[in-house]
Design a protein. Structure first.
Length: 273
């Protein structure tokens, strides 16, 4: 097999160099002995139409993952038979089907839920910080679990209120304040606390001892929010859990084989370097 015909997939975004997706997918490809490649690809907003047109014509291209800021805009350039636009409203994975069409889907919701699938939060109060593409996937997952009420904390509360309506959730939307409301589950779905972004300084005193704090930020892995939660002996889930979980679903879509999840600890050690 030549380099020109070697199957490949990639992650696109702007910026993109920070993405850990090539490490994750490359680790799984090597572990399974699959002769394929997974790489970064910088794609600007103006380049999206040409990118998908070119990749659709490339038989070696298996598909791509999508990160900021293209999770919404990419929907305009791919097929959407699963009505992701009408449900989650954002995509993070595109694959080519047998007919050669580029199909958009979203693995963030499944990736978010995987680490907490045994958590009984039906009817329990939940707080979600943020109202972007990741928050949409998380709220979609929560809407299927019968949680409630939900408080969305966002710089623009009107955007949060619109998301509650979109997903048929009961609750309230408020600005990000100094303290978290009482919650069985608190999720940071924003960029706050990420390296290079403003910190997320929020008091967790209103959370019960059995509350869980989930931060999807993975750079740094030990965020200020998680430090504060662990200082109160609260259960936590870090950003690598969702990152690996959504990547596992995407890997199976792109390469038609399950990744070796029995090697997650080895993968986490690699990603934490």
């Amino acid at each position: 097999m030549t380099l020109a015909t070697r199957p490949y997939a990639e992650v696109i975004g702007d910026p993109i160099a920070q993405s850990k997706s090539p490490l994750i997918h490359g680790f799984w490809l090597d572990a399974l002995g699959i002769d394929a490649k997974y790489r970064h690809k910088l794609v600007t907003a103006d380049e999206l139409p040409a990118y998908f047109a070119e990749r659709k014509a490339d038989p070696s291209w298996r598909g791509c993952n999508i990160t900021m800021p293209h999770k919404l805009a990419a929907l305009d350039h791919v097929s959407d038979p699963g009505n992701v636009r009408g449900t989650i409203g954002a995509i993070n994975t595109v694959f080519r089907n047998q007919a050669g069409d580029c199909i958009g889907t979203n693995t963030d919701a499944a990736g978010f839920w995987a680490p907490i699938d045994d958590l009984d939060i039906a009817g329990q109060p939940v707080t979600v910080i943020g109202a972007g593409g990741a928050a949409r996937a998380i709220l979609f997952a929560l809407s299927r679990m019968g949680v409630g009420p939900i408080t969305i904390l966002n710089r623009n509360p009107l955007k949060g209120a619109a998301l509650l309506s979109t997903f048929g959730l009961k609750g309230q939307a408020l600005p990000v304040g100094p303290a978290a409301p009482p919650s069985r589950l608190l999720v940071n779905a924003s960029l706050l606390g990420m390296a290079g972004q403003p910190p997320l300084d929020i008091d967790l005193g209103a959370l019960d001892p059995d509350s869980l704090v989930y931060d999807i930020v993975y750079s740094p892995l030990e965020t200020g929010l998680l430090k504060a939660a662990r200082a109160r002996d609260l259960e936590t889930v870090d950003g690598l859990e969702m990152l690996i979980g959504q990547a596992a679903v995407a890997f199976e879509i792109l390469f038609h084989v399950e990744p070796p999840r029995d090697r997650d600890e080895e993968l986490r050690a690699l990603l934490a370097q």
